[in-house]
Design a protein around this ligand. Sequence first.
Ligand code: NAD
Length: 354
Amino acid sequence: MKIAVLPGDGIGPEIVAQAVKVLDVLAKDGLKIELEYGDIGGAGYDAAGDPYPAATSKLAIDADAVLLGAVGGYRYDSLPRPMRPEQGLLRIRKELGLFANLRPAVLYPELASASSLKPEVVAGLDIMILRELTGDIYFGQPRGLRRTPDGEREGFDTMLYSESEIARIAHVGFGTAMKRGKRLCSVDKANVLETSVLWREVVMEVAKNYPEIELSHMYVDNAAMQLVRNPKQFDVILTGNMFGDILSDEASMLTGSIGMLPSASLDAHGKGLYEPIHGSAPDIAGQNIANPLATILSVAMMMRHTFGNEAAAARIENAVKKTLAEGLRTSDIHQEGMRKVGTREMGDAVAARL
Ligand code: NAD
Protein backbone atom coordinates (compact mmCIF):
# COMPACT_ATOMS: atom_id res chain seq x y z
CA MET A 1 0.00 0.00 0.00
CA LYS A 2 1.79 3.05 -1.27
CA ILE A 3 0.29 6.07 0.46
CA ALA A 4 1.13 9.71 -0.24
CA VAL A 5 0.73 11.68 2.98
CA LEU A 6 -0.02 15.38 2.51
CA PRO A 7 -0.56 17.06 5.92
CA GLY A 8 -1.11 20.57 4.52
CA ASP A 9 -1.81 23.54 6.76
CA GLY A 10 -3.28 24.59 10.11
CA ILE A 11 -4.38 21.57 12.10
CA GLY A 12 -3.52 19.33 9.08
CA PRO A 13 -0.12 18.15 10.40
CA GLU A 14 -1.52 17.51 13.92
CA ILE A 15 -4.46 15.37 12.80
CA VAL A 16 -2.55 13.51 10.08
CA ALA A 17 0.07 12.52 12.66
CA GLN A 18 -2.69 10.73 14.61
CA ALA A 19 -3.93 8.91 11.49
CA VAL A 20 -0.34 7.80 10.84
CA LYS A 21 -0.30 6.21 14.33
CA VAL A 22 -3.20 4.05 13.16
CA LEU A 23 -1.37 3.13 9.94
CA ASP A 24 1.69 2.23 12.04
CA VAL A 25 -0.36 -0.24 14.09
CA LEU A 26 -1.71 -1.85 10.90
CA ALA A 27 1.85 -2.05 9.51
CA LYS A 28 3.11 -3.67 12.70
CA ASP A 29 0.36 -6.26 12.31
CA GLY A 30 1.59 -7.21 8.87
CA LEU A 31 0.10 -4.87 6.27
CA LYS A 32 2.75 -3.68 3.82
CA ILE A 33 2.37 0.08 4.12
CA GLU A 34 4.75 2.59 2.59
CA LEU A 35 4.31 6.28 3.44
CA GLU A 36 5.80 9.19 1.51
CA TYR A 37 5.27 12.77 2.61
CA GLY A 38 4.63 15.81 0.41
CA ASP A 39 3.62 19.47 0.68
CA ILE A 40 0.30 20.88 -0.47
CA GLY A 41 -1.61 24.13 -0.03
CA GLY A 42 0.12 26.84 1.96
CA ALA A 43 2.84 24.35 2.90
CA GLY A 44 3.48 23.78 -0.82
CA TYR A 45 3.63 27.52 -1.41
CA ASP A 46 6.11 27.94 1.45
CA ALA A 47 8.30 25.05 0.32
CA ALA A 48 8.22 25.47 -3.47
CA GLY A 49 6.24 28.62 -4.32
CA ASP A 50 3.31 26.52 -5.58
CA PRO A 51 0.25 25.12 -3.73
CA TYR A 52 0.63 21.89 -5.72
CA PRO A 53 4.38 21.47 -6.30
CA ALA A 54 5.64 19.19 -9.07
CA ALA A 55 7.21 16.86 -6.50
CA THR A 56 3.84 16.43 -4.75
CA SER A 57 2.11 15.80 -8.05
CA LYS A 58 4.61 13.03 -8.86
CA LEU A 59 4.14 11.52 -5.42
CA ALA A 60 0.35 11.55 -5.78
CA ILE A 61 0.43 10.02 -9.25
CA ASP A 62 2.77 7.22 -8.13
CA ALA A 63 0.81 6.42 -4.97
CA ASP A 64 -2.14 4.00 -4.61
CA ALA A 65 -3.92 6.41 -2.28
CA VAL A 66 -3.50 9.89 -0.85
CA LEU A 67 -4.11 10.89 2.78
CA LEU A 68 -4.67 14.63 3.10
CA GLY A 69 -5.07 16.83 6.17
CA ALA A 70 -6.45 20.21 5.15
CA VAL A 71 -5.27 23.35 3.39
CA GLY A 72 -5.66 27.07 3.99
CA GLY A 73 -4.61 29.76 6.39
CA TYR A 74 -4.91 33.48 7.10
CA ARG A 75 -1.35 34.08 5.85
CA TYR A 76 -2.27 33.00 2.34
CA ASP A 77 -5.56 34.87 1.97
CA SER A 78 -4.02 37.82 0.13
CA LEU A 79 -2.09 35.76 -2.45
CA PRO A 80 -3.21 35.87 -6.11
CA ARG A 81 -5.80 33.14 -6.82
CA PRO A 82 -3.45 30.61 -8.56
CA MET A 83 -1.17 30.63 -5.50
CA ARG A 84 -3.94 30.15 -2.93
CA PRO A 85 -3.89 26.89 -0.93
CA GLU A 86 -7.35 25.80 -2.21
CA GLN A 87 -5.91 25.67 -5.75
CA GLY A 88 -3.71 22.80 -4.57
CA LEU A 89 -6.82 20.80 -3.72
CA LEU A 90 -8.60 21.59 -6.99
CA ARG A 91 -5.51 20.65 -8.99
CA ILE A 92 -4.85 17.33 -7.28
CA ARG A 93 -8.53 16.32 -7.67
CA LYS A 94 -8.45 17.23 -11.34
CA GLU A 95 -5.08 15.63 -12.07
CA LEU A 96 -6.04 12.35 -10.44
CA GLY A 97 -9.48 12.29 -12.14
CA LEU A 98 -11.33 11.99 -8.83
CA PHE A 99 -14.94 12.08 -10.00
CA ALA A 100 -16.71 10.27 -7.15
CA ASN A 101 -16.96 11.95 -3.78
CA LEU A 102 -18.17 9.72 -0.96
CA ARG A 103 -19.26 11.40 2.24
CA PRO A 104 -20.71 9.29 4.99
CA ALA A 105 -22.83 11.03 7.62
CA VAL A 106 -22.67 8.78 10.63
CA LEU A 107 -23.83 9.72 14.08
CA TYR A 108 -22.38 7.61 16.85
CA PRO A 109 -25.05 7.01 19.51
CA GLU A 110 -22.75 8.56 22.13
CA LEU A 111 -22.79 11.88 20.25
CA ALA A 112 -26.52 12.10 19.51
CA SER A 113 -26.94 15.22 21.64
CA ALA A 114 -24.31 17.09 19.54
CA SER A 115 -26.83 17.39 16.68
CA SER A 116 -29.16 20.36 16.37
CA LEU A 117 -31.96 17.87 15.61
CA LYS A 118 -33.77 15.82 18.26
CA PRO A 119 -31.69 12.81 19.34
CA GLU A 120 -34.41 10.33 18.30
CA VAL A 121 -34.36 11.73 14.74
CA VAL A 122 -30.60 11.29 14.30
CA ALA A 123 -29.39 8.64 16.80
CA GLY A 124 -27.80 5.81 14.85
CA LEU A 125 -27.85 7.78 11.59
CA ASP A 126 -25.71 6.12 8.90
CA ILE A 127 -26.09 7.47 5.39
CA MET A 128 -23.71 7.82 2.48
CA ILE A 129 -23.87 10.74 0.08
CA LEU A 130 -22.25 10.12 -3.29
CA ARG A 131 -21.60 13.33 -5.19
CA GLU A 132 -20.30 13.56 -8.76
CA LEU A 133 -17.27 15.82 -8.54
CA THR A 134 -15.95 16.76 -11.96
CA GLY A 135 -18.98 17.75 -14.08
CA ASP A 136 -22.25 19.71 -13.88
CA ILE A 137 -22.81 23.45 -13.75
CA TYR A 138 -19.45 24.06 -12.01
CA PHE A 139 -17.54 23.01 -15.13
CA GLY A 140 -20.04 23.28 -18.03
CA GLN A 141 -19.26 25.66 -20.90
CA PRO A 142 -20.15 28.30 -21.94
CA ARG A 143 -20.17 30.41 -18.83
CA GLY A 144 -19.47 34.02 -18.17
CA LEU A 145 -20.57 37.56 -17.56
CA ARG A 146 -21.81 39.77 -20.39
CA ARG A 147 -23.98 42.74 -21.21
CA THR A 148 -27.36 42.46 -22.86
CA PRO A 149 -28.05 44.67 -25.91
CA ASP A 150 -29.73 47.18 -23.61
CA GLY A 151 -26.68 47.36 -21.37
CA GLU A 152 -27.78 45.29 -18.40
CA ARG A 153 -25.20 42.92 -16.84
CA GLU A 154 -25.98 39.20 -17.11
CA GLY A 155 -24.30 36.12 -15.65
CA PHE A 156 -24.72 32.59 -17.03
CA ASP A 157 -23.52 29.01 -16.44
CA THR A 158 -24.24 25.75 -18.22
CA MET A 159 -25.55 22.67 -16.45
CA LEU A 160 -24.28 19.74 -18.48
CA TYR A 161 -23.84 15.99 -18.00
CA SER A 162 -22.97 13.45 -20.65
CA GLU A 163 -24.41 9.95 -20.62
CA SER A 164 -21.01 8.41 -19.82
CA GLU A 165 -20.42 10.77 -16.89
CA ILE A 166 -23.78 9.83 -15.39
CA ALA A 167 -23.31 6.10 -15.99
CA ARG A 168 -19.84 6.17 -14.40
CA ILE A 169 -21.03 7.75 -11.14
CA ALA A 170 -24.21 5.63 -11.13
CA HIS A 171 -22.09 2.45 -11.19
CA VAL A 172 -20.17 3.72 -8.16
CA GLY A 173 -23.50 4.46 -6.47
CA PHE A 174 -24.95 1.00 -7.06
CA GLY A 175 -21.62 -0.60 -6.08
CA THR A 176 -21.62 1.39 -2.85
CA ALA A 177 -25.20 0.41 -2.07
CA MET A 178 -24.30 -3.27 -2.65
CA LYS A 179 -21.77 -3.00 0.19
CA ARG A 180 -24.31 -1.31 2.50
CA GLY A 181 -28.10 -1.49 2.88
CA LYS A 182 -28.82 -2.12 -0.84
CA ARG A 183 -30.97 1.01 -1.21
CA LEU A 184 -30.09 3.86 -3.54
CA CYS A 185 -31.94 7.17 -3.80
CA SER A 186 -31.03 9.21 -6.88
CA VAL A 187 -31.62 12.92 -6.38
CA ASP A 188 -32.35 15.22 -9.32
CA LYS A 189 -34.68 17.96 -10.51
CA ALA A 190 -36.20 16.09 -13.46
CA ASN A 191 -39.46 18.06 -13.23
CA VAL A 192 -37.62 21.20 -14.37
CA LEU A 193 -34.16 20.43 -15.79
CA GLU A 194 -33.28 18.58 -19.03
CA THR A 195 -29.94 17.54 -17.51
CA SER A 196 -31.90 15.79 -14.77
CA VAL A 197 -34.22 14.06 -17.28
CA LEU A 198 -31.13 12.44 -18.82
CA TRP A 199 -29.68 11.77 -15.36
CA ARG A 200 -32.79 9.84 -14.31
CA GLU A 201 -32.94 7.87 -17.59
CA VAL A 202 -29.30 6.79 -17.40
CA VAL A 203 -29.55 5.88 -13.71
CA MET A 204 -32.53 3.64 -14.54
CA GLU A 205 -30.58 2.01 -17.38
CA VAL A 206 -27.59 1.32 -15.10
CA ALA A 207 -29.98 -0.05 -12.44
CA LYS A 208 -30.71 -3.05 -14.71
CA ASN A 209 -27.22 -4.36 -13.83
CA TYR A 210 -28.04 -4.29 -10.11
CA PRO A 211 -31.35 -6.12 -9.62
CA GLU A 212 -30.71 -6.48 -5.88
CA ILE A 213 -30.71 -2.73 -5.30
CA GLU A 214 -33.92 -0.92 -4.45
CA LEU A 215 -33.76 2.29 -6.51
CA SER A 216 -35.82 5.38 -5.77
CA HIS A 217 -35.79 8.92 -7.17
CA MET A 218 -36.34 12.17 -5.32
CA TYR A 219 -36.41 15.81 -6.34
CA VAL A 220 -33.64 17.80 -4.72
CA ASP A 221 -35.96 20.21 -2.88
CA ASN A 222 -37.78 17.28 -1.30
CA ALA A 223 -34.44 15.59 -0.49
CA ALA A 224 -33.30 18.71 1.36
CA MET A 225 -36.50 18.58 3.40
CA GLN A 226 -36.43 14.81 4.02
CA LEU A 227 -32.84 15.03 5.27
CA VAL A 228 -33.96 17.10 8.25
CA ARG A 229 -37.41 15.50 8.61
CA ASN A 230 -36.43 11.82 8.63
CA PRO A 231 -32.78 11.33 7.60
CA LYS A 232 -32.71 7.67 8.64
CA GLN A 233 -34.93 6.77 5.65
CA PHE A 234 -31.82 7.00 3.41
CA ASP A 235 -29.04 4.49 2.77
CA VAL A 236 -27.07 5.82 -0.23
CA ILE A 237 -27.93 9.14 -1.91
CA LEU A 238 -26.58 9.54 -5.45
CA THR A 239 -26.51 13.01 -6.97
CA GLY A 240 -24.75 15.50 -9.22
CA ASN A 241 -22.07 18.00 -8.34
CA MET A 242 -24.14 21.04 -7.33
CA PHE A 243 -26.98 19.21 -5.56
CA GLY A 244 -24.38 17.03 -3.83
CA ASP A 245 -22.38 20.04 -2.72
CA ILE A 246 -25.39 21.39 -0.85
CA LEU A 247 -26.91 18.13 0.40
CA SER A 248 -23.61 16.72 1.67
CA ASP A 249 -23.02 19.79 3.83
CA GLU A 250 -26.56 19.58 5.12
CA ALA A 251 -26.17 15.87 5.90
CA SER A 252 -22.83 16.36 7.63
CA MET A 253 -24.32 18.93 9.98
CA LEU A 254 -27.04 16.47 11.03
CA THR A 255 -24.30 14.86 13.04
CA GLY A 256 -23.30 18.15 14.65
CA SER A 257 -19.63 17.32 14.73
CA ILE A 258 -17.49 18.47 11.84
CA GLY A 259 -14.42 16.87 13.44
CA MET A 260 -15.90 13.38 13.06
CA LEU A 261 -16.61 13.06 9.35
CA PRO A 262 -14.26 11.53 6.76
CA SER A 263 -14.51 11.61 2.98
CA ALA A 264 -13.17 9.82 -0.07
CA SER A 265 -12.75 11.06 -3.63
CA LEU A 266 -12.22 8.19 -6.07
CA ASP A 267 -11.07 7.75 -9.65
CA ALA A 268 -12.32 5.10 -12.09
CA HIS A 269 -9.91 2.45 -10.76
CA GLY A 270 -10.41 2.79 -7.00
CA LYS A 271 -7.49 5.08 -6.39
CA GLY A 272 -8.58 7.71 -3.92
CA LEU A 273 -7.85 10.82 -1.96
CA TYR A 274 -8.97 10.58 1.65
CA GLU A 275 -9.48 13.60 3.88
CA PRO A 276 -11.63 14.92 6.71
CA ILE A 277 -14.52 17.10 5.51
CA HIS A 278 -13.42 20.01 7.68
CA GLY A 279 -10.84 22.66 6.81
CA SER A 280 -7.53 23.66 8.36
CA ALA A 281 -9.16 25.32 11.41
CA PRO A 282 -6.47 28.00 11.77
CA ASP A 283 -8.27 29.29 14.89
CA ILE A 284 -7.23 26.21 16.85
CA ALA A 285 -4.04 25.15 15.01
CA GLY A 286 -1.00 24.21 17.08
CA GLN A 287 -2.95 23.90 20.34
CA ASN A 288 -3.35 20.11 20.48
CA ILE A 289 -7.14 20.45 20.71
CA ALA A 290 -8.30 19.50 17.17
CA ASN A 291 -10.36 16.34 16.81
CA PRO A 292 -8.33 13.78 14.78
CA LEU A 293 -11.17 11.25 14.40
CA ALA A 294 -12.35 12.42 10.95
CA THR A 295 -8.83 11.89 9.64
CA ILE A 296 -8.49 8.52 11.35
CA LEU A 297 -11.86 7.46 9.89
CA SER A 298 -10.59 8.60 6.47
CA VAL A 299 -7.93 5.87 6.80
CA ALA A 300 -10.75 3.36 7.41
CA MET A 301 -12.39 4.54 4.17
CA MET A 302 -9.05 4.14 2.39
CA MET A 303 -8.74 0.55 3.59
CA ARG A 304 -12.28 -0.20 2.38
CA HIS A 305 -12.45 1.66 -0.93
CA THR A 306 -8.90 1.58 -2.32
CA PHE A 307 -7.40 -1.51 -0.72
CA GLY A 308 -10.57 -3.61 -0.41
CA ASN A 309 -9.57 -4.50 3.15
CA GLU A 310 -12.91 -4.48 4.95
CA ALA A 311 -11.42 -6.12 8.04
CA ALA A 312 -8.91 -3.29 8.56
CA ALA A 313 -11.62 -0.68 7.91
CA ALA A 314 -13.98 -2.22 10.45
CA ARG A 315 -11.15 -2.58 12.95
CA ILE A 316 -10.39 1.15 12.80
CA GLU A 317 -14.08 2.09 13.04
CA ASN A 318 -14.53 -0.19 16.04
CA ALA A 319 -11.48 1.29 17.76
CA VAL A 320 -13.03 4.76 17.32
CA LYS A 321 -16.40 3.55 18.65
CA LYS A 322 -14.72 1.94 21.66
CA THR A 323 -12.77 5.10 22.41
CA LEU A 324 -15.98 7.16 22.34
CA ALA A 325 -17.88 4.58 24.37
CA GLU A 326 -15.20 4.83 27.04
CA GLY A 327 -15.94 8.54 27.33
CA LEU A 328 -12.87 10.13 25.72
CA ARG A 329 -13.70 13.41 23.97
CA THR A 330 -11.79 16.21 22.30
CA SER A 331 -13.14 19.63 23.24
CA ASP A 332 -15.38 20.03 20.11
CA ILE A 333 -17.50 17.02 21.19
CA HIS A 334 -16.96 17.26 24.93
CA GLN A 335 -19.90 17.02 27.35
CA GLU A 336 -20.33 16.95 31.14
CA GLY A 337 -19.00 13.80 32.71
CA MET A 338 -16.72 12.85 29.80
CA ARG A 339 -12.93 12.80 29.85
CA LYS A 340 -11.48 15.70 27.86
CA VAL A 341 -8.37 14.75 25.87
CA GLY A 342 -6.10 16.51 23.38
CA THR A 343 -5.36 15.62 19.76
CA ARG A 344 -2.36 13.42 20.57
CA GLU A 345 -4.07 11.64 23.44
CA MET A 346 -7.05 10.85 21.21
CA GLY A 347 -4.72 9.44 18.53
CA ASP A 348 -2.89 7.33 21.13
CA ALA A 349 -6.19 6.09 22.58
CA VAL A 350 -7.51 4.91 19.20
CA ALA A 351 -4.16 3.30 18.32
CA ALA A 352 -4.14 1.49 21.67
CA ARG A 353 -7.69 0.17 21.16
CA LEU A 354 -6.78 -0.93 17.65
P1 NAD B 1 -12.93 24.85 9.09
O1 NAD B 1 -13.59 23.56 8.78
O2 NAD B 1 -11.45 24.86 9.04
O3 NAD B 1 -13.38 25.33 10.55
C1 NAD B 1 -14.72 25.62 10.91
C2 NAD B 1 -14.87 25.56 12.44
O4 NAD B 1 -14.80 24.19 12.86
C3 NAD B 1 -13.73 26.27 13.18
O5 NAD B 1 -14.25 26.88 14.34
C4 NAD B 1 -12.79 25.16 13.56
O6 NAD B 1 -12.03 25.42 14.73
C5 NAD B 1 -13.73 23.98 13.75
N1 NAD B 1 -13.07 22.71 13.40
C6 NAD B 1 -12.76 22.28 12.14
N2 NAD B 1 -12.15 21.10 12.19
C7 NAD B 1 -12.07 20.75 13.49
C8 NAD B 1 -11.53 19.64 14.20
N3 NAD B 1 -10.94 18.61 13.56
N4 NAD B 1 -11.60 19.63 15.54
C9 NAD B 1 -12.19 20.63 16.20
N5 NAD B 1 -12.72 21.71 15.60
C10 NAD B 1 -12.66 21.78 14.26
O7 NAD B 1 -13.55 25.93 8.09
P2 NAD B 1 -13.20 27.48 7.91
O8 NAD B 1 -12.87 28.09 9.22
O9 NAD B 1 -14.29 28.01 7.09
O10 NAD B 1 -11.90 27.48 7.00
C11 NAD B 1 -10.57 27.55 7.49
C12 NAD B 1 -9.60 27.34 6.34
O11 NAD B 1 -9.77 26.01 5.85
C13 NAD B 1 -9.83 28.26 5.16
O12 NAD B 1 -8.57 28.65 4.66
C14 NAD B 1 -10.58 27.39 4.16
O13 NAD B 1 -10.36 27.80 2.84
C15 NAD B 1 -9.97 26.06 4.43
N6 NAD B 1 -10.79 24.89 4.06
C16 NAD B 1 -10.12 23.83 3.59
C17 NAD B 1 -10.80 22.67 3.30
C18 NAD B 1 -10.01 21.48 2.86
O14 NAD B 1 -8.80 21.46 3.01
N7 NAD B 1 -10.64 20.44 2.33
C19 NAD B 1 -12.18 22.59 3.49
C20 NAD B 1 -12.85 23.71 4.01
C21 NAD B 1 -12.13 24.86 4.30
